[in-house]
Design a binder for this molecule. Structure first.
Ligand SMILES: [Cu+2]
Length: 85
């Protein structure tokens, strides 16, 4: 479980950087006022967004899995108090 959280943190960091880069490129494209460059930037952003969406999907799966595990442990009793401490 800890490993999953590490992976999550890692890809969130990556996503954060990707968004920063995307914003910079979009701004560049906007400033260039050049149709072909703008189109290239848009295409690049589309690819990055598709990647991000996939990453987020994994993340959502993981979170709902942890949610289920957590409530499962609650039913078993005892463990939960120990984990929260
Ligand atoms: Cu994540």
């Amino acid at each position: 479980m800890k490993k999953m959280i590490e992976e999550c943190r890692e890809h969130h960091g990556k996503a954060y950087k990707a968004i920063d880069q995307m914003m910079m490129k979009l701004e560049e494209g906007q400033r260039s006022n050049d149709a072909s460059q703008m189109r290239a930037v848009l295409e690049d952003s589309q690819n990055r967004l598709a990647d991000l969406k996939q990453d987020m999907g994994t993340c959502m799966n993981m979170m709902s899995m942890m949610d289920r595990m957590d409530s499962g442990m609650g039913e078993m009793g005892g463990m939960r108090g120990g984990m929260a401490a």
